[in-house]
Design a binder for this molecule. Structure first.
Ligand SMILES: C[S@@+](CC[C@H](N)C(=O)[O-])C[C@H]1O[C@@H](n2cnc3c(N)ncnc32)[C@H](O)[C@@H]1O
Length: 222
């Protein structure tokens, strides 16, 4: 019998660089890998807002920021290879970002418009949502509000490229915390330029775990 050749798992940083995304250069590889390494082989659904336009003067264009060999969708390809069973969806406002490839699809929508997002995403839900879109703090808050209900319990919501003058960690912090609820956990990366929110698992699942524990007689007496 011929030996089966297993595909080698490539490190996340190498994948970002291979496809020309600036995420490794921005120092994002380590926290992403530590968040996702245990679910790497799960059939996850991932949404990334911001595919990477190459229109020079477009807001948040990748022109001047990407690495060699970049095409719109660099990070989508890196996620596709990192999660071998994952389905990857990109959302962007610029038409040059739209394409379809193995396990990658894209939609055209302004993430700050609830109407456009709902029209583009239909009933889709996700285990991971990444906002690498406009990078304006008000847009980041609005995008969170427009997509949070699509994040599954136990999933991660990540806001990248929080600017030094951003109000995400100051004025908007309480608004975000109230919106996502007290049992979701919010934490900033070391340089406060990325916010990670892990969503609580659904009450139903937590109750059923409690019920199971009670049945097994392991629930603490109160
Ligand atoms: C930094 S690039 C994304 C890079 C890509 N994630 C990568 O690493 O390869 C940001 C993208 O966000 C898009 N964008 C800006 N504002 C947006 C909005 N309101 N809704 C959706 N996309 C937006 C831009 O058109 C641009 O393509």
């Amino acid at each position: 019998m011929e030996p089966v050749e297993l595909e080698e798992e490539q490190p996340l940083g190498a994948l970002f660089n291979k496809y020309g995304s600036d995420k490794d250069r921005n120092g994002y590889t380590e926290f992403y890998d530590s968040l996702f390494k245990n679910i790497r082989n799960q059939p996850i659904n991932l949404l990334e807002v911001g595919i990477g336009t190459l229109i020079p003067d477009a807001p948040s264009s990748m022109v001047g920021f990407h690495l060699a060999g970049y095409k719109p969708g660099g990070s989508l390809r890196a996620w596709r290879d990192y999660f071998p069973k994952g389905q990857i969806l990109g959302c962007d406002i610029q038409p040059d970002t739209q394409f379809t490839e193995t396990r990658i699809s894209t939609v055209l929508a302004n993430s700050t418009s609830r109407e456009e997002v709902d029209r583009a995403l239909g009933s889709r839900t996700f285990h991971i949502i990444i906002d690498d879109g406009s990078h304006y703090d008000e847009h980041q808050v609005q995008t969170l509000k427009n997509t949070w209900h699509r994040l599954k319990g136990g999933g991660y919501y990540i806001i990248e490229d929080i600017q030094p003058w951003s109000r995400i960690s100051t004025d908007f912090r309480k608004e975000i915390a109230d919106f996502v609820g007290s049992s979701s956990r919010m934490f900033f990366t070391e340089h406060k330029n990325v916010l990670i929110i892990s969503k609580e698992r659904s009450t139903k699942r937590r109750l059923s775990r409690k019920a199971r524990a009670a049945q097994n007689g392991t629930r603490r007496a109160t």
